[in-house]
Design a binder for this molecule. Structure first.
Ligand SMILES: [Cu+2]
Length: 461
């Protein structure tokens, strides 16, 4: 039996008398859980004001129950196994079976009561990032509340003042707990269902992990040099596509809990930035973009009307963030002939794969022996060939004639006749060029491998 004291934690005496009776009468709501990284359909409200629920890429929304006029949720902080993409799993910490945790959705004006049970091996708290809450509900361990020790359940209670785009994450041993994947979305819908209404509303958090190939545990001391750049703890090609019906008004909400900024770029559209974690951007102050930089510890929402059908790339524009696990001390070999060198190294390291002389695109097509539990650096195929991507990359698929609420993958886009870039088949004449050194490529450098034991230490020819 949990004591009344245990439930109420450090909330005020007044709140305790007003609330604890009901809490005990009804007990803690069941903690829904999932072990799957599959996108679950949006959770339409069964009571209260109507709203268009969000869709969490490779995720889900936490069910709640009404208890009097309180909306009750139950979060369980616990170790989880997350599939980063098919072929790789990670031992993370998260909530209710997955990392990120389930998305919490509520309505402006709601009174929410969130039970947080700690099944981690160390203490934690939950901070409601961007939300305007009483100070004692702000979740900063040591500052605004005692930590939630392993085995304890705490209660957070507050009335939601503003609609918008928020998130939750621990404010206890943050470096470790966020590096381990503890975070989730918190979306608050406007009380007036007509306000800021869209037809499709997608959410994802940007996160990053440093997991050595063959291992399962993130290295929590890594500060900047992560090797897996993820959306909702998934890397391309494991990230859900954003399936959109032509003509829909679409919102994409992005939060960044990595240790660096991410310029998120979408092809095919000029979108408007409509919301930050500080609230809705007034109509007159919205600005057009094709790339929106998401600072660390911030959220941005952008909107567009899906007029152009197609398969439109949506990705971080830092090209190292659209790569999966890679060694960072790989040498640049563009323009180097390294036949001999590769042969010599393969005698020592049979799997040795030098980076390409003409670039790295060949990596996208290669089938290389890989250690267990990692992802190819550049991977994924679409209808025209290898995509040569990884990390923070997905596709917005705009199609005609989808049903409202249909998020099933419609396959690759069928381009109208004559609208795909094509190879020129005519003769190519050697057009006279202006003479200049600038455009010429120097002859390739041949690397000679010196056999040990011959000719002392004189290495150069
Ligand atoms: Cu990035």
């Amino acid at each position: 039996m949990l004591s009344r004291r245990g439930f109420i934690g450090s909330s005020t005496l007044l709140a305790a008398t007003a609330i604890s009776g009901r809490v005990q009468a009804a007990g803690i709501p069941e903690a829904a859980t999932t072990a799957s990284p599959t996108m679950q359909p949006p959770l339409f409200p069964s009571s209260g004001p109507d709203y268009q629920p969000v869709v969490t890429l490779n995720g889900w929304t936490l069910p709640w129950r009404m208890n009097g006029d309180w909306k009750e949720f139950h979060l369980v902080a616990e170790p989880v196994v997350r599939e980063i993409a098919p072929g790789m799993k990670a031992n993370l910490w998260g909530y209710n079976g997955q990392s990120p945790g389930p998305t919490i959705e509520a309505v402006e004006g709601d009174k929410v009561r969130i039970f947080v049970t700690n099944r981690l091996p160390e203490h934690t708290t939950v901070h409601w990032h961007g939300m305007l809450v009483p100070n004692g509900m702000d979740g900063v361990g040591g500052l605004t509340q005692p930590h939630i020790k392993p085995g304890q359940t705490f209660v957070y209670e507050f009335a939601i003042k503003k609609s918008g785009t928020f998130m939750y994450h621990p404010h206890a041993d943050e470096m470790v707990q966020m590096a381990m994947g503890m975070m989730g979305f918190f979306v608050v819908h406007p009380r007036d269902p007509k306000l800021h209404r869209v037809d499709r509303d997608f959410v994802f958090l940007l996160n990053a992990y440093d997991i050595d190939p063959g291992s399962y545990m993130p290295k929590i001391m890594t500060m900047l040099d992560f090797n897996l750049w993820t959306m909702n703890s998934r890397a391309f090609p494991g990230i859900d596509h954003l399936v959109v019906r032509k003509g829909d008004r679409v919102r994409v909400r992005v939060g960044n809990l990595t240790m660096t900024n991410h310029p998120i770029h979408m092809h095919g559209y000029h979108f408007s930035v409509t919301c930050t974690d500080g609230g809705w951007v007034p109509e007159a102050a919205r600005w057009p973009e094709v790339t929106i930089d998401i600072p660390v510890g911030a959220m941005r929402a952008f909107e567009f009307v899906a007029e152009e059908t197609g398969d439109w790339a949506l990705h971080c524009h830092k090209s190292h963030h659209t790569m999966n696990a890679m060694g960072h001390n790989v040498k640049t070999f563009v323009g180097v002939q390294k036949k001999d060198l590769a042969k010599a190294i393969r005698k020592l390291v049979p799997d040795y794969m030098p980076m390409g002389s003409a670039g790295m695109a060949e990596m996208g097509e290669m089938e290389m022996p890989m250690p267990d539990n990692t992802l190819p650096m550049m991977t994924g195929f679409a209808q025209f060939g290898p995509l040569e991507m990884g990390g923070m990359f997905t596709v917005v698929k705009v199609r005609e004639g989808l049903a409202a609420g249909d998020y099933k993958d419609p396959g690759w886009y069928k381009h109208p006749e004559g609208t795909v870039a094509y190879e020129y088949a005519g003769p190519v004449s050697d057009a006279p060029r202006q003479k200049s050194d600038a455009g010429t490529t120097k002859p390739a450098i041949e690397m000679n491998v010196v056999k040990p034991g011959k000719g002392g230490h004189s290495g150069r020819h």
